[in-house]
Design a protein around this ligand. Sequence first.
Ligand code: ATP
Length: 246
Amino acid sequence: MIQVSGISKRFGDKVAVSEVSFDAAGGSITYLLGPNGAGKSTTMRMIAGLTAPDAGTVRINDRPLRELTHTMRAVRFNLDTFARNPRHTAKQHLTWQARLGGIPVTDVEEVLARVGLSEVKDRLVGRFSLGMLQRLGIATALLGDPETIVLDEPDNGLDVDGILWLRELLTGLARRGRTLLVASHNLTEVDITADRIVIIGRGRILSDADRDETVALGSGPRPLESAYLNITRGSVEYAGAGEAKQ
Ligand SMILES: Nc1ncnc2c1ncn2[C@@H]1O[C@H](COP(=O)(O)OP(=O)(O)OP(=O)(O)O)[C@@H](O)[C@H]1O
């Protein structure tokens, strides 16, 4: 269970996240949606304890984040590409991550198998494709079988098989009682797997509702897409000029 209460974060003059509050329940998948620059990654980094909020609190299983003795073990996050040493092999990377998190290194082989990277575990991470890096990031989040898993765009770069694999992984983890918070732009997968959908724009909460309630706000052949566009209208910072209408 994640409880986010009034968290805010500013970078210089830029307000990245402003008084954001929501819950993510155990045994379910909560998605965090929003346009580019809405504050999703910053919110997730604050929940994972990687960025300190300027205000507000995060509680995990009813305890403040700072009180969790094994923070890395209670909440795991798929670290971004820049957190990897290209001269490490996949196995070395995960072994290093396990040591950092106080997790037995014996977990590494099992996690490599779970994400389908056993055969390439001795290859240099610097030679990995985007999809392989994505699986490695997910492996990092799975180390130590954490209660709470925070994933930032985990399907970015995955092929069709990878997306189906990820779908099974996420729904399986939720069935086993884990709390999953996932940032995504992939509305097809959100539609299939979400229990709850939180939408943010320009750092503020725009909508926080069950998947069915959110979908009911839309219409037409792709109701979630239509609901999302309605909710985020006016909160999109980076929009193209658009193609000429026919
Ligand atoms: N370390 C930082 N220093 C300065 N500004 C930052 C930093 N991290 C984020 N920002 C700014 O805060 C805002 C929110 O960024 P964030 O990465 O949280 O958005 P996002 O919703 O994850 O976007 P995307 O969908 O593009 O990944 C953006 O304007 C971004 O430029």
